[in-house]
Write a protein that binds this ligand. Structure first.
Ligand code: MN
Length: 178
């Protein structure tokens, strides 16, 4: 679908921030056309990893306290947060004290992804998949590769590595970095 972002999708993002004080992007609304993803290591009040997937011109976002694992046995809580502008995928730096998310952001992984969600043999769009509470996608990043699934539960979303050739038992990526 060509066209600009739906401005309402970024309303919450913009309301939370004062762009005269934070170096984060306000967003202009261009699509990358590639299906980008990013994981940002965010050291704020509590360390977490922000997973963001390009869907319909914005970055759908989840805060993953323990970060993504390469081991399909690990179920990672993923708390959905407000949609971010596409430009945020390139953001790293320091968010000043007193601002929302104050702390440091570094790009932990980035690349492209491919939607793998199907129902009854038919592809389901990422927007529809997330609306219905289950999406699977193939990541092509430096650290993260292969299929991952996000599933909404009563306690929040769960992120898991799918069982495929890129799964690595016992490899918990963030924890193994030390
Ligand atoms: Mn964050």
């Amino acid at each position: 679908m060509p066209g600009k972002e739906d401005p309402d999708l970024l309303k919450t993002y913009r309301e939370k921030r004062d762009f005269s004080l934070t170096p984060e992007p306000a967003g202009g609304g261009t699509r990358s056309g590639k299906g980008i993803f990013v994981v940002q290591k965010h050291l704020s009040r509590r360390l977490h990893y922000d997973l963001r997937l390009e869907v319909d011109g914005v970055l759908k976002s989840w805060a993953v306290p323990k970060g993504p694992s390469a081991d399909p046995r690990d179920k990672r809580l993923a708390v959905q947060t407000e949609d971010h502008p596409l430009e945020y995928a390139g953001f790293s730096g320091s968010i000043p004290q007193g601002q929302y998310g104050a702390g440091t952001v570094e790009i932990w992984d980035a690349g492209t992804y491919r939607n793998m969600t199907q129902k009854d043999g038919q592809e389901v769009s990422m927007a529809d998949a997330l609306e219905k509470g289950h999406a699977s996608f193939w990541l092509e990043g430096r650290r993260l590769q292969g299929g991952y699934a996000l599933t909404r539960t009563q306690r929040g979303w769960i992120l898991v590595k799918m069982r495929d050739g890129m799964a690595r038992q016992g490899i918990d990526l963030p924890a193994d970095e030390g």
